[in-house]
Design a protein around this ligand. Structure first.
Ligand code: AMP
Ligand code: ZN
Length: 496
């Protein structure tokens, strides 16, 4: 385990707290995953990116993290008031597909997006439909404990009853009396004792496709209960970190706390962490607002808001330049600047990875040694400070200057000494690659590269430069490409 002073901002206490897992070095972390009825947009990517970097940093520090991120593939109704159609079933109906085909299609898309952005896969990726039994069991327990009631084939959580002995609203800072006055006039809630009550289990209307048998008749689980059940199943009744976007604080996470406390009698999570939103012209990027775009559109530059295409790593860099608790506004200018910054860092990474310590008679440079020490500390301190990736970048660029000095020879490795040299190179490579997850984007345009070499080959042939010809042939052969001298000209083929 590395020495560290990691502090994280806990939404529950509204303060930064020293990170102390329940059972070190093990860390349990749960992040609400996507609802798979549509493609993930760039806003969703920002939230998953934050937790990817947190996961990476915890591992870098030496923790053994069990990272659970669910797939919501059932029971997410169109309105928060538990009304309307199941979004997945609706899409299936419109596209004349099985609901599970919709689920698979968008789960595949989600995984592809994560792969392009170089996200580490979670340790467990459970789905709501795979945990219906657990959800029914928890609903039964909530009824037994007096926190839920059956009504018309559905089961609701009794918010007022819970609030008599616990503080409903403590995570999001809501007050039940205020919530009540906001919601009193809603229609269509006759089944509920109180408009604040939320569904744990919904009776399926005859046309509802996604349905399961239960003690209360055929139906489907509410959205909040799946996260309570899957987090408990894989991480226990109490675990370290629960994350998601800020918009999930209420009602989703508030309801998760109430369900877990109601079922198991204890607060489920030590650190609640929430990311701020990606905005477009100051407004939250969201599918319903029509201001969202998809990663695929971004990579192709195919959207009216995009001046050009941007690569996944440029976007990764762009997003991490902001602290996760600040809003981040989409901007072409910022992305163009991010691409430059990303490429500078990558050039440094390529150089640094190849660097070896070489002793020489260069005199020790105390000032440079001191600088390395300070920067190495500073970059870790930035990440320790609630994952301040924005600050970490500033220090990484200072480290990069030293890496470049070593590369050009204006600073000799021996002037740093072996230990300081290794600290410099190790920190630069570890933070850039392992923690921030930035990787080289190699050109995929192989045809273009081979053609460029064949131009040199043609020129060499014209000049009868046989050494050059042999050299080019051999280099291409080494990567599986053979040069063909045809009557019609020079071509290439894969080496058979
Ligand atoms: P959803 O599939 O809508 O439940 O969203 C998946 C995750 O993305 C949730 O954690 C949301 O809070 C998060 N999210 C949605 N919109 C944005 C946004 N504009 N910026 C950042 N995160 C978002
Ligand atoms: Zn959730």
């Amino acid at each position: 385990m590395r020495n560290h002073n990691l502090r994280v901002y806990n939404t529950l206490s509204r303060t930064k707290e020293a990170f102390a897992p329940l059972d070190p070095p093990y860390v349990g972390m749960y992040v609400c995953g996507p609802t798979v009825y549509s493609n993930v947009h760039l806003g969703n990517v920002r939230t998953f990116l934050t937790f990817d970097v947190l996961y990476r940093y915890l591992r870098y520090l030496g923790y053994k993290v069990r990272y659970v991120r669910n797939i919501t593939d059932v029971g997410h109704l169109e309105s928060d008031a538990d009304e309307g159609e199941d979004k997945i079933a609706k899409k299936a109906r419109l596209e004349r597909l099985e609901p599970m085909e919709i689920v698979q299609q968008y789960t595949n898309d989600f995984h592809e997006v994560l792969r392009r952005f170089n996200f580490l896969p979670p340790s467990v990726e459970p789905s709501a439909t795979g945990h219906i039994v657990e959800q029914i069991e928890t609903v039964k327990t909530l009824i037994e404990n007096g926190f839920a009631y059956e009504s018309g084939g559905s089961v609701y959580f009794d918010v007022l009853k819970y609030n008599q002995s616990h503080a409903y609203g403590k995570l999001s800072g809501r007050v039940v009396a205020d919530l009540l006055s906001e919601t009193r006039d809603l229609d269509g809630q006759a089944e509920k004792r109180n408009p604040l009550d939320f569904a744990l289990w919904k009776k399926a209307a005859p046309e509802h496709i996604m349905r399961w048998p239960s003690p209360w008749g055929a139906g489907f689980p509410g959205w909040h209960i799946e996260c309570t059940c899957m987090s408990t199943k894989y991480l226990g009744k109490h675990f370290d970190i629960h994350g998601g976007g800020m918009d999930l604080k209420f009602p989703h996470h508030e309801c998760e706390i109430a369900q877990a406390v109601g079922a198991h009698g204890e607060d489920p999570v030590t650190y609640w962490m929430h990311t701020n939103m990606l905005t477009v012209n100051g407004e939250k990027m969201s599918k319903s607002k029509g201001n969202s775009f998809l990663p695929a559109q971004l990579f192709a530059g195919d959207h009216p808001l995009l001046l050009q295409a941007y690569s996944p790593m440029t976007v990764r860099f762009f997003m991490l330049q902001a602290h996760y608790r600040s809003t981040l506004d989409f901007s072409n200018d910022a992305l163009i600047a991010a691409r430059k910054g990303y490429k500078r860092l990558m050039n440094g990474l390529v150089i640094a990875r190849k660097m070896q310590y070489a002793p020489s008679d260069a005199a020790p440079d105390a000032k440079a040694q001191e600088e390395v020490k300070k920067l190495v500390e500073a970059v870790h301190a930035a990440l320790d400070d609630d994952l301040n990736t924005a600050m970490a970048f500033a220090h990484l660029f200072s480290l990069l200057k030293l890496v470049n000095k070593l590369h050009t020879g204006s600073l000799a490795p021996a002037a740093l000494g072996e230990e300081t040299f290794n600290q410099l190179v190790g920190t630069f490579v570890g933070i850039t690659g392992d923690v921030l997850g930035l990787v080289e984007e190699k050109t995929e345009d192989v045809d273009h590269l081979v053609e460029a070499l064949l131009d040199l080959y043609r020129e060499a042939k014209l000049n009868k430069a046989y050494d050059k010809i042999d050299q080019i042939r051999a280099r291409l052969k080494a990567v599986g490409i053979s040069v063909k001298d045809m009557k019609t000209g020079i071509e290439w083929a894969y080496e058979e």
